[in-house]
Write a protein that binds this ligand. Structure first.
Ligand SMILES: *[C@@H]1O[C@H](CO)[C@@H](O)[C@H](O)[C@H]1NC(C)=O
Ligand SMILES: *[C@@H]1O[C@H](CO)[C@@H](O)[C@H](O)[C@H]1NC(C)=O
Ligand SMILES: *[C@@H]1O[C@H](CO)[C@@H](O)[C@H](O)[C@H]1NC(C)=O
Ligand SMILES: *[C@@H]1O[C@H](CO)[C@@H](O)[C@H](O)[C@H]1NC(C)=O
Length: 267
């Protein structure tokens, strides 16, 4: 019950400050005050199915997550853990690229292997884009599928984040969602684990001639707006300050809102 106690605190602060500002004669002394915007009533619950069906297109990936029931594992991690989850989601076009040699086909793998491949696309912890700098110093990084040949290697260069699974070298091309506890990043290729496809990796064709595009997309994915939604969600809300004297009316209405909120929560 963190919410009600926060609101009660807000309520008390509001009363204190408003009495102070009322009793204060001119000029109103600026009283340090945190007007903490009324906490949004939204829960941190993120419906992964919902998110993946509107973003993308990620229909192929979502389809596999559902047919293997891995979606439940991921949703459970998002719902019920403090660690959270980080998902690497390939676009539909990445799945179409798979069937052309030297890349293997997913149609040939067993049900268990398919499940492992899907689990391979997530880390059992929330990582903001900025966190990949440190994470890249801890290679190899275990995935939901496990460690060893189910681990991924990351490199971080000026905000450009690359992933290496041995079979797939790709990059994070955009942030679909990055608010603790759920991070979803788009990747350009399906991640193929050595544990399923072996270490006898055939030479891959030269990478598509688009390094400039890659470079220009990276700052986009790492832009302040993408960063702003990530990481320390909510903790910053109490940091802003303003003067109580100039916020008398606003305070009063906030007080009313706060009272209503407390009562609704206590009822
Ligand atoms: C999540 O979203 C999907 C698609 O919109 C919906 O079918 C499903 O009922 C939702 N699940 C929950 C638990 O709200
Ligand atoms: C996740 O939470 C939502 C909303 O509370 C709930 O409807 C859903 O069943 C939960 N799913 C899992 C897998 O825990
Ligand atoms: C599927 O597996 C069989 C036997 O392991 C192999 O001969 C065939 O080439 C594979 N097909 C694809 C598309 O990978
Ligand atoms: C990841 O890095 C480790 C150590 O740097 C290396 O032994 C391993 O082969 C790499 N794995 C992949 C999939 O690139």
């Amino acid at each position: 019950m963190e919410f009600p106690s926060k609101l009660v605190l807000l309520f008390l602060i509001a009363i204190l400050s408003s009495t102070q500002s009322q009793s204060a004669t001119s000029p109103p002394a600026p009283v340090p005050f945190s007007p903490a915007p009324a906490p949004a009533p939204t829960s941190p619950y993120v419906n992964l199915t919902d998110l993946l069906s509107v973003a993308g297109p990620f229909h192929e990936f979502l389809g596999y997550l559902q047919s293997t029931k891995v979606i439940d594992t991921f949703q459970n991690q998002a719902n019920n853990t403090h660690q959270g989850i980080t998902l690497f989601v390939p676009k539909d076009s990445a799945f179409r690229a798979l069937n052309k040699p030297p890349l293997p086909s997913l149609s040939n793998v067993s049900a268990d292997q398919l499940k492992q491949i899907m689990l391979f696309h997530a880390l059992p912890r929330f990582y903001s884009l900025a966190d990949f700098d440190k994470l890249s110093q801890k290679n190899p990084v275990s995935t939901f599928a496990g460690s060893g040949q189910f681990a991924l290697n990351f490199t971080y260069t000026n905000g450009l984040i690359r992933i290496d699974s041995g079979w797939s070298q790709t990059k994070l091309s955009s942030a679909v969602h990055s608010t603790n506890p759920v991070a979803i990043y788009q990747v350009d290729k399906v991640l193929l684990p050595e544990a399923v496809f072996g270490t006898d990796i055939p030479p891959m064709p030269a990478p598509a001639p688009a390094p400039e595009k890659a470079a220009s997309q990276a700052p986009d994915a790492d832009s302040p707006s993408a960063d702003a939604t990530s990481g320390k969600g909510g903790k910053g809300s109490g940091d802003s300050t303003s003067s109580a004297g100039s916020a008398g009316l606003g305070l009063l209405s906030k007080l009313v809102v706060a009272c209503g909120g407390v009562m609704m929560l206590l009822l």
